[in-house]
Design a protein around this ligand. Structure first.
Ligand SMILES: Cc1cc2nc3c(=O)[nH]c(=O)nc-3n(C[C@H](O)[C@H](O)[C@H](O)COP(=O)(O)O)c2cc1C
Length: 184
């Protein structure tokens, strides 16, 4: 029960962060820790069809960070201290009998592990999918068949700003409108 209480408060407290403390770097060991949480995610047939590209503000990553910011040109994005580009590897994907590639589902689970692990460490994140994958794949030298699916900005939230940790949670549909027993 204690474990459930900790889990429930973690999922209730996680929210999209769109305002980061730009001067506070994220320890690369914390980036490794959240990606390790992704590594433990379940995947169809345990194929683990994913790869994660981590970037921070060290000069050697400046060009790649520029490419990330170029595919999602929003002022808040340009101030993010670190990014994780979550890529699905279609070469490793499990396909159902009808041909459905399950790597979209697998990368989503792994990505949310990252967001929850980050929240547990006091770090903010935000799912970002509204970008053109082709230029990003080229800039990150992704092999054919490896697709950037989600960009996760990661850093310490600004405490007061919009998107910061004190922002109220976004609305959710009431449980009884999304749950039926038996049939829809
Ligand atoms: C698949 C997916 C794609 C998303 N893409 C974006 C995006 O491109 N830009 C953005 O600002 N937020 C994006 N979001 C964040 C959602 O807007 C956010 O999760 C939702 O409004 C609920 O708010 P919360 O995360 O604070 O609970 C995305 C979320 C998901 C799950």
């Amino acid at each position: 029960m204690e474990t459930y209480a900790a889990f429930a408060s973690l999922v209730a407290e996680r929210r999209s962060c769109r305002s980061y403390d730009r001067d506070r770097a994220v320890d690369p060991d914390l980036i490794r820790a959240v990606i390790d949480a992704a590594r433990l995610a379940p995947s169809a047939c345990n194929r683990q069809p994913w790869h994660f590209v981590a970037l921070d503000r060290r000069p050697e990553y400046a060009e790649a960070v520029e490419a990330v910011c170029a595919v999602y040109p929003r002022p808040w994005f340009a101030t993010v201290p670190a990014f994780i580009v979550c890529c699905e590897d279609h070469r490793e994907a499990w396909h159902r009998n009808d041909g459905k590639d399950h790597s979209d589902i697998d990368i989503a689970i792994a990505t949310e592990h990252i967001c929850l692990a980050a929240a547990a460490l006091g770090l903010g994140t935000c799912w970002v999918c509204n970008f053109d994958p082709a230029p990003l794949a080229a800039a990150l030298a992704l092999p054919e068949g490896v697709e950037p699916a989600v960009i996760i900005p990661i850093g310490y939230p600004c405490a007061t700003a919009e998107g910061g940790e004190h922002r109220p949670a976004t609305k959710r549909k009431p449980l009884d409108t999304i749950l039926t027993w038996g049939k829809f």
